[in-house]
Design a protein around this ligand. Structure first.
Ligand code: KDG
Length: 338
């Protein structure tokens, strides 16, 4: 009922009951649809956050904006969906910054291994000036970034052996996201990495095309990777942020009020999603062990060897990412720990 035509006959037809102010709002209500697609399944906090966004937007716009949610790569992989936003054939996706780096190289700053020591530092950097500055660069790619959501710290799984030290990476065929820095970092650790879309990953592990992969515990558990993987280590080698992306063409076509509702909803749902991620991580790790995976803790010494091994890669990539951005992020990381 809320979607019915309200104030039909706006424009220049003046009738006694047409309000004198806000002539625009008397125009026929047009329902706008946002198709939102993600790579993870409907059990994941990412999807639950998206459903929260849908509820907020539909309620606050009285149904003038409808959000259709698609999970499990139903609309394509992260890269394809991001391109669809640029073309205006899809309205929302929430990819890892590692994928966005293929469109805007500066986003690869978050692919620097061992950059954030904990989530609080990530919050401070992403929510601060550098984080905002990067979001603004999305406009050049016909994208609007409505804040960061959290994929989280990535941990290594594989089906060959427990990984405790850098030597254990040797020769492991690891799927990485489609990102040059990730590839080089895994090579530097001694692994044999292959870039691949997330949508191909489960089958690749099942068929043995790759030995392992790396993702946060939530993904490893909820996507049932334990069915095809035997070992998990808390490498925590990269913190993956997500960006809540909207097609710029679509966003520009919203009224200022609608833009505000959509923006606030993306931030509110993001906070909800981030909290859920953090509250469930320990439980998902316990579940992985209950499913029979071995869990290996990486000691500080072993992690330091990994940090040292990837250092030359970071130095090599700094120019490509942009020295100014790299410096700004390192400075923000330092400030967040003072
Ligand atoms: O929707 C986002 C997911 O597709 C993505 O974040 C999965 O981290 C991911 C990966 O490993 O590709």
């Amino acid at each position: 009922l809320a979607l019915g035509i309200v104030g039909c006959g706006g424009g220049d037809t003046t009738t006694p009951d047409t309000p004198q102010t806000g002539g625009d709002t008397a125009a026929p209500t047009e329902v706008k649809t946002m198709r939102a697609g993600i790579g993870l399944n409907d059990q994941h906090p990412q999807y639950k956050g998206l459903v929260k966004f849908k509820e907020l937007v539909e309620e606050q716009t009285n149904g003038a904006i409808i959000v259709e949610t698609y999970h499990s790569g139903q609309l394509g992989d992260d890269r394809t969906m991001t391109e669809a936003l640029q073309l205006g054939s899809q309205e929302i996706t929430i990819p890892s910054t590692a994928v966005i780096a293929n469109f805007i190289p500066e986003f690869s700053v978050f692919d620097i291994p061992f950059l954030f020591p904990n989530e609080e530092v990530a919050d401070a950097v992403l929510g601060g000036e550098v984080g905002e500055d990067l979001l603004e660069r999305l406009a050049d790619q016909r994208l609007v970034g409505l804040g960061y959501w959290e994929n989280g710290f990535r941990d290594l799984t594989n089906s060959v052996r427990p990984v405790a030290t850098i030597d254990d990476f040797k020769g492991l065929k690891i799927r990485t996201m489609e990102n040059q820095l990730h590839l080089e970092a895994f090579r530097a650790l001694g692994a044999n990495p292959t870039p691949m879309a997330f949508t191909e990953l489960f089958a690749a592990m099942q068929q043995g095309t790759v030995d392992g992969q790396e993702n946060p515990y939530a993904t490893i558990y909820l996507q049932k990777f334990f069915e095809v993987q035997d070992h998990v280590s808390d490498t925590h080698h990269i913190y993956s942020p997500w960006v809540f992306l909207v097609s710029k063409a679509f966003f520009d076509g919203l009224t200022p009020e609608q833009q505000e509702i959509v923006t606030n909803a993306a931030y509110e749902a993001g906070a909800y999603q981030r909290n859920m991620n953090r509250e469930t991580a320990a439980e998902y790790l316990a579940n992985l062990q209950a499913e029979g995976m071995t869990f290996t803790e990486i000691t500080p010494e072993a992690r330091q060897e990994m940090v040292d091994a990837v250092k030359p890669v970071i130095d090599r990539f700094a120019d490509q990412i942009g020295r100014d951005v790299v410096d700004a992020v390192f400075q923000a990381v330092a400030e967040a720990q003072q």
